[in-house]
Design a protein around this ligand. Sequence first.
Ligand code: NAP
Length: 257
Amino acid sequence: MTQSIGFLGTGRIAEPMIRSLSRRFPNFTILVSTRSHEISSRVQTLNNVSASPNQYILEQCEIVFICLLADVARKVLPQLMFESAQKIISVMADISLEEISSLIAPASNPCVTIPLPFIEQGGCPLPVYPESPTLETLFGDENDVITLSSENAIPPHFAATAILSSSMKQLDVVAHWLGEHAGSQRDGERYVANLVSGYLGAMPKDGADRFKQAMQDLSTEGGLNNQLRQHITESGHYETLRNGLDELHRRLKVATG
Ligand SMILES: NC(=O)c1ccc[n+]([C@@H]2O[C@H](COP(=O)([O-])OP(=O)(O)OC[C@H]3O[C@@H](n4cnc5c(N)ncnc54)[C@H](OP(=O)(O)O)[C@@H]3O)[C@@H](O)[C@H]2O)c1
């Protein structure tokens, strides 16, 4: 395995990936673009990370992560010379594999994955297409690398990441409501955060229909959970959620052609 890993783009998603790799592979050299001065200065305080021009990164690294905005990639990548043996991993949401392939030639067979900022701590699901032994080697020990069956499965996974913010909103509403009624905002938040993370942590780590099973377990006739879920269902909330996901999916499909 190579000793040098490169990052084109040193932005919000590159930083936690760089931190994770730096922590777990202290003997590897990590080269990052000399951009986003604040972030690249921060990551250069890590022992094995340094910033370099994009072309130098490509000359030194057998594995290269592309962490650019798609429109920037369209402008920047054609000016760079890739190596045919390079392994390219893109994290870009709105560009197809076909287009990435045309931008990185003579390198070939790029893969796309979807890291999230908590990859720094581990436990991040990493959908990828096509299969990438390189991604598995670099991140699979701490994160769940899920190989997808086709490129068409990438946009709905990007869409599904958008559930995080609305889930946080829902938890925030409950925490505030609890704080108002029980007298302490801080304890309200503490209770709700531990309630949900404890419940998720105790669920089986793999298998089918785990959410359905959990809902059944929480569906005692006349029980509190049952009553609140029915109330929210009747409001049309879950239908709205599905419609929102459909809308995001359409947007991402258009962007990736
Ligand atoms: N953020 C997430 O949670 C997340 C999750 C999954 C996937 N993604 C995908 O990751 C990609 C990057 O997203 P982001 O949120 O990290 O965006 P970002 O914070 O804006 O990062 C983009 C990076 O590209 C750099 N850049 C611009 N022009 C460049 C050039 N000529 N050479 C080298 N670097 C250049 C920017 O530097 P300057 O600041 O100096 O312009 C910045 O460091 C997107 O395609 C997005 O879809 C993001």
